[in-house]
Design a protein around this ligand. Structure first.
Ligand SMILES: Cc1cc2nc3c(=O)[nH]c(=O)nc-3n(C[C@H](O)[C@H](O)[C@H](O)COP(=O)(O)OP(=O)(O)OC[C@H]3O[C@@H](n4cnc5c(N)ncnc54)[C@H](O)[C@@H]3O)c2cc1C
Length: 405
């Protein structure tokens, strides 16, 4: 979150009902504010959507979240049943010399601890990028085969693109969870809850064209380019900075495969692809091997999600459908040993998938703090304001202060 709430003012207007706006509205309503939530589209949820296919579910963006206490409590309150990652599926793989190799979990944990330590050490000259930090503290091999695939698989960009920002508080040891019926079940439950709680103050199908004049707090939960447009007349410098925030472009494809045709049988969360291995995808999630309820007939089909594109291969988003189908099928055949074709491919294309925590975003955040967000009650919130993960969004608003006149 950039900015602070004015807790003496009861009214809060939130623009944008993606998961960030929904979560903000849910907690602020609970904390006695009078919330008005305005969404451009007839339906809330933003990027998060669960598509039902005859073979199973396909997530458009987020797949899962660490099941921290605030996440579990929110889902309990909304009566959204969660499923945990299957006990024997915690393994993560990295592609190396044409084979999936299991990454020892301890290595992942050491990396995040090192990252934390390095970014808090004041005495050292700060590295200019995460790649430089990786080279300094881990060496080239670990940069190539651990940091690079992790960053590409999670953010769709390279360690070279990122500032060595202190990572969010660790959710180490916490189980990964997902709603039984998909992430869309969480946003739908938030939407129905807010529909009941807010009534006419939940305004859907109303695109906001300029910054509204409001009585109390105003929270923009729109992507940075839209927030830039809304702020252009009241804070042109900030608008200019926000409009320059770069995003990684991604295609997420859910592949439903006939179970008997998949050669690679090991369980796990997924496989990450180091750039030096020159594969065409950034990583593959093993959906139905890590969570129940991902396929309609688990005896016959399996579900996987391939991530393609990213800052290292943005041209993927311009491929024709046939070229994409060929690329995805070939990756599945090489990486998972698929015989023949997939049963079904469900595509989600994002030109602006995930904000890149580089210099431009840092400058936009600093400018926001010094200008528009300096006044209490004027807030920017969303996947670019420090909380790219849905867990981070939930935890941020769960601990905000209640209305106190
Ligand atoms: C492929 C992929 C995989 C991901 N995986 C994960 C994951 O596993 N776990 C995780 O935690 N996160 C994941 N994420 C990130 C997560 O899905 C996003 O960060 C999150 O959904 C963004 O939510 P948001 O509310 O910030 O933005 P959005 O979803 O973009 O919501 C913005 C809302 O504002 C509305 N709006 C826009 N303009 C206006 C206007 N003028 N007036 C009114 N309303 C307006 C839009 O219609 C939209 O509803 C993933 C993302 C992608 C792309």
């Amino acid at each position: 979150m950039i900015g602070t709430l004015d807790t003496r003012k009861k009214e809060v207007t939130i623009i944008g009902a993606g998961v960030s706006g929904l979560v903000a509205a849910y907690f602020l309503d609970q904390k006695s504010y009078e919330v008005t939530l305005i969404e451009a589209l007839p339906q809330a949820g933003g990027m998060v959507r669960t598509v039902r296919t005859p073979y199973g579910i396909s997530e458009s963006a987020a797949h899962s979240i660490p099941g921290t206490t605030p996440v579990i409590e929110l889902c309990d309150d909304l009566k959204v049943p969660l499923v945990s990652c299957l006990r024997d599926s915690r393994a993560r793989y990295v592609w190396r010399k044409g084979m999936p190799k299991q990454i020892p979990l301890s290595l992942l944990e050491v990396t995040s601890t090192l990252w934390r330590l390095a970014t808090t050490k004041k005495s050292e000259e700060p590295p200019s990028s995460l790649a430089e930090w990786g080279k300094r503290h881990m060496g080239q091999k670990a940069l190539d085969y651990l940091l690079n695939p992790m960053v590409r698989g999670i953010y769709g960009c390279r360690p070279e693109d990122l500032l060595p920002k202190k990572p969010a508080a660790s959710a180490r040891g916490v189980k990964i969870v997902t709603p039984e019926k998909g992430m869309g079940a969480l946003t739908s439950a938030l939407e129905s809850h807010l529909h009941q709680r807010l009534g006419v103050r939940f305004r859907r199908g109303e695109p906001i064209e300029s910054l509204p004049k409001v009585q109390g707090n105003l929270i923009l939960c729109t992507p940075p380019d839209i927030s830039a447009r809304l702020l252009s007349s009241s804070s042109s410098i900030l608008a200019g900075k926000l409009s320059k925030v770069p995003f990684s472009p991604l295609i997420s494809v859910t592949a439903f495969l006939p179970k008997q045709n998949v050669g690679f049988k090991s369980k796990g969360l997924g496989v990450l692809m180091p750039e030096v291995e020159n594969r065409k995808c950034l990583g593959i999630l093993f959906n139905s091997r890590s969570f129940v309820g991902r396929v309609t007939d688990p005896d016959r089909y399996e579900s996987f999600t391939l991530m393609l594109g990213g800052t290292s291969d943005p041209g993927t988003l311009d491929l024709s459908q046939t070229e994409l189908d060929n690329r995805v099928t070939s990756e599945l055949q090489i990486v998972l040993g698929l015989q023949g074709d997939p049963a079904h491919l469900e595509y989600h294309r994002w030109r602006h998938a995930i904000p890149i925590y580089g210099r431009a975003l840092q400058e936009a955040s600093e400018t926001a703090k010094e200008t528009w967000c300096k006044s209490p009650g004027q807030i920017l919130f969303g996947n670019f304001s420090g909380e790219v993960s849905i867990r981070g969004m939930i935890e941020t608003f769960q601990k905000t202060k209640g209305y106190s006149p």
